[in-house]
Design a binder for this molecule. Structure first.
Ligand code: ZN
Length: 203
C-alpha cells in the first residue's frame, strides 16, 4: 500500500508556516515502511531536533481507480480514519529552502500514524466533521473538514490523475492549525468528534 498526503489544505495552517496558498493541492507520498507499527511508540529520530505532529483525517481506498471523476469519487472509499503526519520540521525547512524533495522529513520510519479505528463514512457528516489531537491531555489541534481547501472527493479526483489508487491505499488530507513539537514521554490522543481513534506514546 501507499500513503498519499495532501499539504496546505487548511488556510490557518498555511498562515502559521507562512507558506503560499497553492494553486493546486501539494501532494507527497510516504512508503509503507513509514507506517508506525501497531502498539509501538513513536520514536523521535536521531536526525531531527524538531519533530512536529500534524493530525489529519484519513481516507481508506477500497477500489482500484485511475482518472476518477469527482462525481464518482465517493464510490472509492467507505471508511474514514485519523492519523498523524509526523514531520521533521527542521529537516523539511532545510529541504524546502533548497527546493529539494521532502521525503527525509516526512517519509521516515514511523512518520505515518494510522489510527486502528475506522468509521463508516455513512455515519459521519464529511462536510462538517470535527477532529482533534490532545497532547498530555491538553487540546493542541482542532479541525473541521468544512475548512478544507480541497474536499475529499476533489482530492481523489486530483491525485488519481497521477497515481493509480489501489485497495488499501490511505490518503492523508492535510492538517489544520496548531502543529507543534513532540518530546519524549508525550502521549497523543486523536479523536473524530468524541470517538478516540488512536493513542500513542512518544519515546
Ligand atoms: Zn501533513
Amino acid at each position: 500500500m501507499k500513503i498519499i498526503c495532501i499539504g496546505r489544505n487548511y488556510t490557518a495552517h498555511i498562515e502559521e508556516l507562512q507558506n503560499e496558498k497553492p494553486e493546486h493541492p501539494v501532494v507527497f507520498i510516504k512508503p509503507d515502511s513509514a507506517v508506525l507499527l501497531k502498539g509501538h511508540p513513536f520514536v523521535i529520530p536521531e536526525f531531527s531536533k524538531d519533530v512536529h505532529y500534524e493530525v489529519e483525517v484519513l481516507v481508506k481506498i477500497n477500489r482500484l481507480g485511475k482518472y476518477i471523476q469527482q462525481k464518482f469519487a465517493h464510490k472509492y472509499y467507505s471508511q474514514i480514519g485519523l492519523g498523524i503526519d509526523f514531520t521533521a520540521r527542521d529537516v523539511q525547512s532545510q529541504l524546502k529552502a533548497k527546493g529539494l524533495p521532502w521525503e527525509k522529513a516526512k517519509a521516515f520510519d514511523g512518520a505515518a500514524v494510522i489510527g486502528q479505528k475506522w468509521i463508516d463514512k455513512d455515519q459521519l457528516d464529511l462536510q462538517n466533521l470535527n477532529f482533534s489531537l490532545s497532547k498530555n491531555d491538553e487540546l493542541v489541534q482542532q479541525g473541521n473538514t468544512s475548512l478544507m481547501l480541497w474536499k475529499i472527493d476533489e482530492i481523489i479526483a486530483y491525485v488519481s490523475q497521477f497515481f493509480t489508487l489501489k485497495i488499501g491505499d490511505v490518503i492523508f488530507t492535510g492538517t489544520p492549525k496548531g502543529v507543534g513539537k513532540v518530546t519524549e514521554n508525550d502521549s497523543l490522543i486523536g479523536k473524530i468528534e468524541d470517538d478516540e481513534i488512536f493513542k500513542i506514546n512518544v519515546r
